[in-house]
Design a protein around this ligand. Structure first.
Ligand SMILES: [Zn+2]
Length: 407
């Protein structure tokens, strides 16, 4: 059985935390000076671990375990959200590195390690993992800009020294599958006193833009009967959607109206237009379709009732990604050894690089507890003990898959 070194593992996580340290978290947006330095440090750590490591033309850090035999690919992302936590992404990269070091390369196989570029979406949508599976065109890179400061991705890649390098794409034949570890980013594990989340599927996320058109007019002289109040129509619509969703949603469905705007937005003017962003998530494609149908029905009902008109466009509809069943059992078997009775199957409510890899090769995700369920905030944390337990289970699960494929 491979043995991890908890001190080496925690030492690497603490070191990675120094790149862009912010309060107790990190500020390490993609291709910032701190992020580029962290990627270079990862290359050095991978090289010391016996991997052939390089950074490709989109900033993916890839470490290849030399030698013969089957490989598991493992990793996550190394950049952070702005002023965010030290473990989101970093934990999965260092777990993969520790698994690769602990397993080495024996007759059963070994572990390649990857830190995907920009999972956090500073420049686009999963550019690193989607590039790795061959889904990102040069034209998409030409258009990409940082959402905070507007710098083009091409300029940022050139400043980092990555411009003109080849983009590495996956050699599918090499891999038995992909494993990603991550903090839970929710409070379920902690609340239940559990240590390991075995991810069953990553949610599909469906996003919509809703626009109501009414008539802008004087808030004092226009009678209630005469007015076409786009603001009130929108508020009533969202309330009606919420009521209907409570009746038909799945047990794990979540929905959010994250933004509402009224035009012109003044106390004495009836809004002539109103806009909202509306989103829902679920792992079951049938539930997603049912929610969308209900959304469209509420809009049709409101249009029929008048007096305002409502239009809706789809912003995105990502497919839910099922995790490999055999890999889920491998994580459970590993947990039975290192965290007995402390693992549970659960969906992932957040998107991850694994959802893209899952379309190409079998994929697995494993969660460790997040203290207070907090993430995307500098106070995000997980205890050292839970980190070490998670790394033991993660490494043993991968080793179990590598052993199993040769028997
Ligand atoms: Zn993440």
């Amino acid at each position: 059985m491979p043995d991890i070194d908890p001190e080496r593992l925690l030492g690497d996580l603490y070191k990675l935390r120094t790149f862009g340290a912010y309060k107790t978290g990190v500020h390490r947006p993609s291709l910032s000076a701190e992020d580029v330095a962290a990627r270079q440090w990862l290359v050095e750590r991978m090289t010391e671990a016996g991997l052939e490591a390089q950074i490709d033309g989109i900033g993916n850090v890839f470490g290849r375990r030399p030698g013969a035999g089957r490989r598991i690919l493992a990793g996550s992302h190394s950049e952070s959200q702005n002023q965010a936590g030290w473990l989101d992404g970093a934990l999965g990269v260092v777990f993969a590195l520790e698994a690769s070091r602990a397993i080495g390369n024996d007759s059963d196989g070994g572990v390649d390690v990857i830190a995907f570029f920009d999972e956090e979406g500073h420049f686009g949508s999963y550019l690193g993992s989607r590039s790795f599976i061959g889904e990102v065109s040069e034209a998409e890179l030409d258009k990409a800009r940082d959402r905070t400061h507007g710098k083009s991705l091409r300029d940022a890649l050139a400043e980092a020294g990555y411009a003109g390098r080849r983009r590495i794409t996956i050699d599918r034949e090499r891999y038995s599958g992909f494993f990603e570890a991550h903090i839970e980013q929710g409070g379920s594990l902690e609340a239940a006193g559990l240590k390991i989340g075995v991810v069953t599927a990553i949610v599909g996320l469906w996003d919509y833009r809703i626009k109501v058109t009414g008539e802008q007019n004087h808030a004092g002289t226009t009678t209630m009967k005469q007015r076409k109040d786009a603001g009130l129509t929108l508020v009533r619509l969202i309330a009606a959607i919420d009521r209907r969703f409570r009746e038909i949603a799945g047990p794990a469905s979540v929905w959010t109206c994250g933004r509402m705007e009224f035009e012109p937005g003044a106390p004495s003017i009836i809004p002539g237009a109103a806009r909202a962003l509306f989103q829902f998530r679920d792992c079951d494609p049938e539930v997603l379709a049912r929610l969308e149908l209900a959304l469209r029905q509420r809009i049709a009902d409101a249009n029929e009732a008048g007096p305002c008109t409502i239009a809706m466009d789809v912003i995105r509809q990502s497919a839910p990604a099922a995790m490999n069943e055999k890999f889920q059992r491998a994580i459970e078997n590993a947990a039975a050894l290192h965290a007995p009775n402390l693992a549970i199957r659960m969906p992932s409510g957040a998107g991850h690089d694994a959802q893209h890899l899952a379309r190409i090769i079998p994929a697995a995700m494993m969660f460790v507890p997040s203290i207070g369920g907090i993430s995307h905030h500098w106070s995000e944390n997980t205890s050292d003990q839970d980190i070490a337990t998670g790394a033991r289970v993660f490494t043993e699960a991968i080793a179990g898959v590598l052993r199993g494929q040769n028997r």
